[in-house]
Ligand binder design. Structure first.
Ligand SMILES: [Zn+2]
Length: 430
């Protein structure tokens, strides 16, 4: 790591730099004395031993940003960074640092400090106390901050205990603002913990276990706390859904619309589920049934983005008039659209999976709520497709609005888990 005064610094900045150098020597001298007990090798968390309720709570590594540009970092409390040449401390006094990754290096700077961090390396910022936290783009995060440089990218990772992580997941994955949702939130806590522990055994890569967005579970640190979520997490501490003794990939989605997907993911070799929610518990969802329309031109632009069709070509089609047809070519057993063929000017584009929802995104780019729909073009208005749909999300595993509906009817969380994960058992891991 290189530490410089800001490029525009004058004499006062130079004095500041000298001050930091003096401070660094002071800290380094202090470190020599402390090193005997502070530099002992870190004990790695062992994997969770299935079947034992007395294992230690594991840590999870979550990637919160990649190749940051124009983002911000600050610290509350005290963090330390050990480098070969010195130990650095980051606290409230450091202020808000602008973070940018360019030309293969990461820059942290504000009007007083300027750091340039070069690859290849991993920087570990460790909190002194559990209550200390760092703030990334106005979101507070507990635990360690790791910055990984690998090849041509930099990854910002937060490592923290699983239960603390869940506090940053639940309020963003299920409504937690009504006490009558309690049993659904308990079920959600167990599903989210199972997913997290599944990820620990099947990490995204060697540097982190999960993403902090829809690719895994939405995680926003300590941004929002709700008593219902906190209580649900602490009351189910360590409990997960297991498949043959291992934490299960307990998927969930917003609203099934009354028909669940037959398998986890799209893999017919996966765990089979009952396909119908006979009580239509998710009727309370705003996405239970919906109608949307798309202008033919919007679909054409979406298609051009997905298949990299040149915008000059698209504009010329729009100017001279064009034909665009949508045909559903394949449905899953549940009724969800598995494949759709888009015909434009004699060419055919086959789309499947999540791409179908992107092709039918609205003008702002928001994808279609689900693949569960049928569509037609009104003869009276050939410029528009009318889409009649049900549900939101992929339909696999627990239907969250269905869980809410069950909770409101008085069902308990184990009834909810039993309906949506019939093949899975619960087990306390720690
Ligand atoms: Zn449902």
């Amino acid at each position: 790591m290189k530490e410089f005064p800001t490029p525009a610094a004058g004499e006062s900045r130079l004095r500041l730099l000298l001050f930091f150098r003096w401070l660094r020597h002071l800290v380094l001298a202090g470190c020599l004395g402390l090193c005997f007990w502070q530099c002992s090798p870190q004990v790695q968390q062992a994997g969770v031993a299935p079947g034992k309720g007395d294992a230690a709570e594991p840590q999870i590594r979550v990637c919160i940003a990649e190749n940051p540009r124009g983002q911000f970092l600050s610290f509350s409390g005290k963090y330390q960074l050990d480098l070969e040449e010195a130990r650095y401390f980051f606290d409230d006094g450091v202020g808000k640092l602008s973070v940018s990754y360019r030309d293969g290096a990461l820059f942290l700077s504000n009007s007083q400090r300027y750091f340039e961090l070069d690859p290849p390396q991993t920087l570990i910022f460790k909190p002194e106390l559990p209550r200390d936290h760092f703030i990334w783009n106005d979101v507070p995060y507990y635990g360690e901050l790791l910055i990984h440089f690998r090849e041509d990218r930099v990854m910002i990772v937060n490592e923290l205990p699983v239960e603390t992580y869940l506090n940053g997941v639940l309020p963003f994955e299920i409504p937690t603002n009504q006490s009558e949702y309690q049993e659904a939130v308990l079920a959600q806590a167990i599903a989210a913990r199972s997913y997290a522990l599944y990820r620990l055994e099947n990490p995204v890569n060697e540097l982190y276990d999960a993403w902090a967005d829809e690719r895994d579970q939405i995680y926003k640190g300590d941004l929002q706390k709700t008593p219902l979520a906190e209580r649900a997490i602490s009351n189910t501490r360590g409990i997960v859904l297991v498949n043959q003794g291992s934490p299960a990939i307990a998927q969930y989605h917003s609203t099934c619309g009354g028909v669940l997907e037959a398998y986890i993911g799209s893999d017919p070799g996966g765990i089979a589920y009952d396909m119908t929610d006979n009580e239509y518990n998710c009727k309370v969802s705003p996405y239970y049934r919906w109608v949307e329309f798309r202008k033919v031109e919007t679909v054409l632009w979406n298609l051009s983005r997905e298949f990299e069709i040149d915008s000059t070509q698209v504009n010329s089609w729009i100017e001279s008039g064009f034909e665009l047809d949508l045909n559903i070519s394949q449905r899953k057993a549940s009724g969800r659209v598995a494949e759709m063929v888009v015909g434009v000017q004699g060419a055919e584009y086959r789309v499947d999976g999540l791409r179908i929802r992107q092709i039918l995104a609205d003008e702002s780019g928001k994808p279609l709520p689900s693949n569960f729909f049928f569509l037609n073009k009104s003869p009276a208005n050939p410029e528009k497709f009318y889409i009649f749909g049900a549900g939101a999300g992929h339909g696999s595993g627990m239907c969250q609005w269905g869980a809410i509906g069950m909770s409101m009817k008085g069902y308990k969380y184990n009834n909810i888990l039993g309906l949506y994960y019939p093949q899975l058992a619960t087990q306390k891991m720690y």
